[in-house]
Design a protein. Structure first.
Length: 152
């Protein structure tokens, strides 16, 4: 397996989501073309992935699975893909978990501001989770550095 292919797959999977506001109102032809290209790439990525489930972060977040899943929305998009290689998929699952914890925190802050009681109740669990994100991220970097050797 070519390491560049694996690196590209991981980078694509973790890339920041494309703004979904649409390309309406863009008058510059270059900017319009770039926007349409990003929208097409986002649609393709969405077709080949599924939204991260909040219950994968913590069982107490299961109330946000299904139709209430913020990761299925444009504002808080976290999509999960599979590379089909066990060691890469395991690595990606950890990376998606870190990304989802950070994005979910952003969602919860917005919901707390709106007075959502479920979001307010989720704050302590999420705070504990976020305390571990930096250490988990550092461990993921170390694991990622060893990943190419595991693919040989």
């Amino acid at each position: 397996m070519n390491i560049k292919v694996v690196a590209a797959a991981i980078a694509l999977a973790l890339a920041a989501p494309v703004a979904q506001a649409g390309c309406d109102g863009i008058e510059d032809k270059k900017e319009m073309k770039a926007c349409e290209k990003k929208a097409k790439a986002q649609a393709k990525a969405d077709a080949n992935s599924t939204p991260f489930e909040p219950s994968a972060l913590d069982a107490s977040f299961s109330k946000w699975d299904g139709d209430a899943n913020p990761f299925a929305t444009d504002d808080y998009r976290v999509r999960v893909t599979s590379a089909g290689i066990a060691s890469v998929d395991e690595y990606l699952a950890k990376a998606y978990g870190i990304q989802a914890a950070v994005v979910f925190a952003e969602y919860i802050v917005a919901e707390v501001g709106a007075g959502n009681a479920d979001a307010i109740a989720a704050v302590p669990t999420l705070a504990d989770m976020l305390d571990k994100v930096v250490a988990d991220g550092e461990a993921l970097v170390t694991e990622g550095q060893a990943l190419p050797d595991s693919l040989k």
